[in-house]
Design a protein around this ligand. Structure first.
Ligand code: GKR
Ligand code: MG
Length: 429
């Protein structure tokens, strides 16, 4: 058995997946988004799957890590971190490009490396689970629930990209009526109970009106607004005052621990974050200053499923709530999110997912949300299989790209419609 668990080969496949014109405070999504699919193949012939960001700066450290892994055991997931530090080199993390326009907080070399390691960790756990005939959640200590709740992730959006790209059949949503229509469709199709609106796109009064319209259309349902740190302390407080009776939480109204702590001290609306607490180093200050009441975990940049559980333990210790963050992702990541979420006893908020916005996938069977939930798979590993034809087609698209889509750049996509667009300074309002 031991030698069966040794890694024989690691395959990295960068791909481009269609992405709709979703607006955020930095700009708009490009027609295609890069992802990286990681396959860890064992000597026993089992292939484990992982998925992470596919931008060039993630591919660069992924390559030496893939080369260094053969000969090591898929059980040795803790060893991945030291190995990555040894072989990945120092990613160029201080040039301001580590994440798309800072929508995911701190930009450090460590965080970039962890975002790469996470896909290898997930792939190793998938391979181990498949070999042992156990689901990943069993390798994490076992599930505490049979299904995981997700929220509808509403975006202001255009119907199509200004320079073409594939239409996805969704209407534009640029005002309260459009946002409510989008929410109704999510509700009808998937039964999501909670709704999160990506804000920071329009002046706050317009976004307040959209949340009010949602509250009227869906009385009593949990609502969240996330402007990605676009507001000043005073604007954040004004929005909190206006929406205090309808918000489940306000996510990253202001940028940075200091302004978040100031807002938190002056409102009863719970503040959540996937921007000011995104690394373990940021925890002590934010928690000791009560800057946030809820942290959105994300196994990609926290460094995998085990580390997500470590974050959950810290949050539990400090009485901080837990939710889950999402970026553009496919079914492998969704399966990993669902497996780890199933093991977190204190996950009391519906998880975010971009998944319903994705029209293509590399898994053979697309997961289906019912009543806003995903059933937790008990199949070996993550419970998903790779569709190799789809993977090859999406990789072909990556190969054929002239370089413009290989790195996420929401500001560049916005400039197609508005040549004068530049990434707004924060606070924007
Ligand atoms: O995809 O436009 C987007 C989001 O704004 C994303 O980049 C954020 O990281 O969804 C994220 C969030 O909750 O802040
Ligand atoms: Mg957020």
């Amino acid at each position: 058995m031991d030698s069966e668990l040794l890694v024989e080969e690691v395959r990295l496949t960068p791909i481009l997946i269609p992405d709709p014109p979703l607006l955020n405070t930095q700009g708009v999504h490009q027609p295609y988004a890069p992802r990286l699919i990681v396959e860890v193949v064992t000597r026993g012939g089992v292939s484990g799957l992982g998925e992470t960001y596919g931008d060039t700066r993630y591919l660069e450290p992924a390559r030496p890590l893939a080369e260094a892994l053969p000969g090591r055991s898929v059980t040795d997931v803790n060893g991945l971190f030291a190995l990555a530090r040894q072989v990945c080199g120092e990613p160029s993390a201080t040039d301001g490009r580590v994440d798309a326009g800072g929508l995911r907080g701190a930009q450090t070399a460590d965080k970039l490396r962890l975002s790469v390691v996470s896909a290898f960790e997930v792939a190793c756990l998938d391979a181990l689970g498949k070999t042992l005939g156990l689901p990943v959640h069993a390798l994490l200590g076992g599930k505490v629930r049979d299904s995981v709740e997700y929220s509808a992730y509403l975006f202001y959006r255009w119907a199509t990209h200004p320079d073409g790209g594939e239409a996805d059949g969704w209407d534009a949503a640029l005002d309260p009526a459009g946002v409510v229509a989008q929410a109704r469709r999510f509700d009808r199709m998937y039964g999501f109970r909670s709704f999160k609106l990506k804000g920071g796109v329009f002046p706050p009064e317009r976004e307040i009106a959209a949340i009010r319209a949602l509250a009227e259309a869906f009385p009593g349902r949990p609502l969240r607004l996330d402007p990605n740190g676009a507001w000043s302390v005073e604007t954040s407080l004004a929005v909190a005052r206006e929406l205090k009776d309808v918000l489940e939480y306000l996510e990253d109204p202001a940028s940075g621990t200091e302004p978040m702590a100031e807002v938190a001290a002056r409102t009863d609306v719970p503040l959540a974050t996937n921007m000011c607490v995104t690394t373990f180093e940021e925890v002590p200050e934010a928690f000791s200053r009560d800057a946030v009441r809820i942290v959105l975990c994300d196994h990609h940049y926290w460094g995998g499923l085990h580390r997500t559980r470590e974050l959950a333990a810290l949050c539990r210790t400090y009485g901080v709530g837990l939710s889950m963050h999402s970026n553009t992702h496919l079914g492998i990541s969704l399966a990993a999110m669902t497996q780890v979420a199933a093991t977190l006893p204190d996950l009391h908020h519906a998880c975010d997912t971009h998944y319903p916005w994705q029209t293509e996938d590399v898994v053979t069977v697309r997961p289906v949300f019912r009543d806003g939930r995903l059933a937790v798979s008990d199949a070996p590993g993550l419970g998903v299989e790779l569709d190799r034809d789809r993977l090859a087609a999406l990789h072909r698209r990556w190969l054929d790209d002239d370089g413009t889509m290989r790195d996420r750049d929401d500001a560049a996509a916005m400039r197609v419609a508005d040549p004068d667009w530049r990434t707004p300074d924060v606070p924007r309002w």
